[in-house]
Ligand binder design. Structure first.
Ligand code: ADP
Length: 256
């Protein structure tokens, strides 16, 4: 009976190994791996700002009570890290919810010209406060159906990046046009641009180009993964190309 049991186990082990190696199982294995990498990356990203906050607070604790408020720089660094963690956790939550398909799409009919003008307006002030110029060309005189919350998030991600990755005195621009029932959005900047070998990878979770990883622009590599998901939910397309003479142009096409 023992030998029979062993043989059955052996056959079962071979069958499982065979199934796991078959191509139909590969997506499942890959998604396990992706999930594991996702959790590991998320934990790593959260640990860095937490360590900074811990250090700042521990340092403050060494000060006499009456002097704590003199250490305003420490408090403001800790607050920056808290804000960074807030963006990070919001983005992680959004991706986790997208993975489990619990985000409800709320498509609404909007006046594209008015809505886009209103949504993109704040970027004039944001760009100006960082000594960058902002140009907006919106030619979308039609009504269209989209999820305003999600598309606002998409524009926030693209515009924030364009501003973040453009040096002072650079120019950030947004162009919206209509072509064959599609809304075409182009967010351009005059920063360092994205090397060809990274153009597809920047949409992967946690991916950052070498240049931005080495620079001080804080980021976590989740924005464009969310942008791609939002565009996918609208059955649209997103890609990036070079701006001339330098910079990047993110192009989104949405059937509206
Ligand atoms: P992050 O929070 O790091 O900006 P994203 O997912 O939004 O995350 O972007 C991924 C990476 O793509 C960035 O880290 C950066 O390397 C690159 N990237 C995104 N937008 C731009 C841009 N406008 N110009 C240059 N590089 C960019």
């Amino acid at each position: 009976a023992l030998i029979t049991t062993l043989i059955i186990f052996w056959i079962l082990a071979i069958a499982i190994a065979y199934l796991l190696s078959r191509s139909s199982m590969k997506p499942i294995i890959l998604s396990w791996r992706k999930q594991r990498d996702f959790s590991a990356n998320a934990a790593h990203e959260l640990r860095t700002p937490l360590t900074v906050i811990q250090n700042q607070l521990e340092y403050l604790l060494t000060k006499p009570k009456s002097r704590v408020m003199d250490e305003i720089d420490e408090v403001s660094t800790a607050l920056d890290e808290v804000r960074h963690m807030q963006t990070l956790t919001n983005r992680l939550l959004m991706l986790a919810r997208s993975d489990s398909n619990v985000v409800q799409m709320n498509k609404t009919d909007v006046n594209l010209q008015e809505w886009l003008t209103q949504v993109t307006k704040p970027y004039q002030d944001i760009a100006m406060s960082q000594q960058k110029s902002f140009q907006s060309t919106i030619k979308a005189e039609a009504h269209g159906s989209l999820d305003p919350d999600l598309i606002r998030q998409l524009l926030t991600i693209l515009m924030d990046n364009a501003i973040k990755y453009t040096p002072e005195h650079g120019t950030v621009s947004i162009k919206a046009t209509l072509a064959h029932e599609n809304l075409l959005l182009e967010v351009a900047d005059t920063g360092a641009g994205i090397p060809d070998e990274d153009k597809k990878k920047v949409f992967d979770r946690f991916y950052r180009t070498d240049k931005s990883r080495n620079s001080k622009t804080g980021g976590n590599g989740l924005g464009l993964a969310i942008a791609q998901w939002i565009v996918g939910q609208h059955r649209g397309k997103i890609s990036v190309r070079d701006n001339h003479p330098n910079g990047a142009v993110f192009v989104v096409s949405l059937p509206v």
